[in-house]
Write a protein that binds this ligand. Structure first.
Ligand SMILES: Cc1cc2nc3c(=O)[nH]c(=O)nc-3n(C[C@H](O)[C@H](O)[C@H](O)COP(=O)(O)OP(=O)(O)OC[C@H]3O[C@@H](n4cnc5c(N)ncnc54)[C@H](O)[C@@H]3O)c2cc1C
Length: 389
């Protein structure tokens, strides 16, 4: 593997750094208009959907430049390049790969211009890991599907405008992965009932959703009827790869180092403590390992091979690493770590406490660690499914 950047790639890195210097004020100096202006500027640069085809409004950029862009943005702690996180990470790529021309014209600019947000309706009360067994039913009636069923744990559902929804159109199938159909559903449709769920940090970021006779026009079906599993597998690989974004972990490590700088342990600056230093060095090494693993995916993509099972490696690794980092921050915070949301002694507004309580986001969201281990064992290492040889 060649780790050197070409002169063109290095000059792109300089361009990003200059842009950030000129357009990213310190957090305290950002006024109410800042985010709107930021989104317009990065869109004008065609940095939103950086590697998406130019024909659909993307930047048409290369994957190496995209990784440089993400790295520089994360190091500068810049806001995201768009507000539709799921749209940019996996719904948009899914539409580019499986959508009709009409769907591309309709949804891609919508995602790129941050006009609204998508959420992801896969899991059901009895089917999370065993996703292919979903029961939400869609029946084709004339020019639309009629959907009935329930989804749960749907992140962002309380605010989302659209949902990428996994339904079953055929119950009489030899293999459960068949007969699944993916629909793009307007959350304002009649019969969609969103009931927020409060998590242990007191946030209502996700919800259960009930669908009762919801009409979905047939032109909002993504991919062929009954072939929705392929759309999902590719979206999940993208989800796992974006969850595994190493650049965010470098950003998190920087913040942790800042916390160490401002903390005292046993009467001395925490940064002088050999155990603290060893922990930070270990995190750094683990993130570097994720980075080189991520570069392997990138090489695969550069060779026009689609991402699949290998993204589970970083997803699994990130889950345990985030927990370790949050626990370490809580240890440094001492008793103040018990305070949440601006309590009198809360450190940085209780942000580390909140992160520690939000561990299910990175650990369970997008598939549990055991499921990632199964994928790695069976699909990457080629081990038998039932443990026999
Ligand atoms: C914070 C958060 C956000 C989420 N956001 C979304 C979202 O936006 N959209 C969405 O559709 N879903 C979302 N989910 C749901 C998530 O994808 C599921 O919770 C997850 O896939 C696990 O499914 P489950 O909850 O049904 O647990 P189960 O599948 O019942 O698993 C329970 C336990 O059994 C283990 N297990 C299950 N099957 C196996 C197996 N074959 N081998 C070994 N161990 C196994 C699991 O690892 C786990 O430990 C979210 C979940 C959380 C916690």
């Amino acid at each position: 593997m060649d780790f050197e950047y070409t002169p063109e790639e290095q000059s792109f890195r300089e361009e990003v750094r200059t842009f950030l210097k000129d357009n990213l004020p310190a957090p305290k100096e950002r006024g109410p208009q800042f985010l709107k202006d930021w989104l317009t500027k990065v869109r004008e640069k065609r940095w939103v959907g950086f590697s998406w085809p130019v024909e659909v409004g993307g930047g048409g950029g290369g994957l190496i430049e995209q990784s440089i862009l993400k790295e520089e943005m994360a190091l500068a702690k810049a806001p995201p390049l768009g507000t539709d996180m799921m749209g940019l990470a996996w719904v948009g790529p899914g539409i580019i790969q499986y959508g009709t021309e009409e769907q591309k014209q309709r949804f891609i600019p919508y995602i790129l211009d941050s006009e609204g947000t998508f959420c992801t309706g896969y899991s059901e009360p009895n089917y999370g890991s065993d996703l292919a067994s979903i029961q939400t039913k869609a029946v084709l009636t004339g020019d639309h599907y009629v959907v009935n069923g329930q989804k749960t744990w749907t992140t962002l559902a309380p605010w989302a405008d659209w949902i990428i929804l996994l339904t079953r159109t055929d119950f009489d199938v030899a293999v459960k992965h068949e007969g699944i159909t993916c629909l793009l559903v307007d959350m304002k449709s009649d019969g969609v009932d969103v009931r927020p769920i409060e998590n242990m940090a007191g946030d209502k970021h996700f919800a259960e959703i009930f669908f009762t006779d919801v009409k979905v026009p047939v032109n909002q079906r993504l991919g062929e009827e009954g072939k929705g599993w392929a759309v999902t597998v590719s979206a999940l690989a993208n989800e796992r790869s974006s969850i595994g974004e190493v650049t965010q972990m470098f950003g998190k490590l920087d913040t942790l180092k800042e916390l160490v700088k401002h903390t005292r342990k046993a009467g001395k600056p925490a940064r002088e403590d050999p155990l603290v230093r060893r922990k930070l060095a270990r995190f750094e090494a683990q993130i570097a390992a994720m980075k080189y693993n991520g570069l392997r995916y990138l090489t695969k993509q550069l060779n026009d091979e689609p991402l699949s099972s290998e993204t589970s490696v970083n997803k699994l690794h990130r889950a345990s690493l985030e927990i370790e980092m949050d626990d370490f921050a809580m240890e440094l915070n001492g008793q103040a770590g018990l305070e949440l949301n601006g309590g009198a002694h809360a450190i940085e507004g209780g942000k580390w406490t909140k992160a520690a309580l939000n561990w299910p986001n990175v650990v369970i969201g997008g598939g549990t660690p055991n499921i990632q281990r199964n994928i790695i064992a069976e699909r990457i290492l080629g081990l038998p499914k039932d443990g026999s040889d």
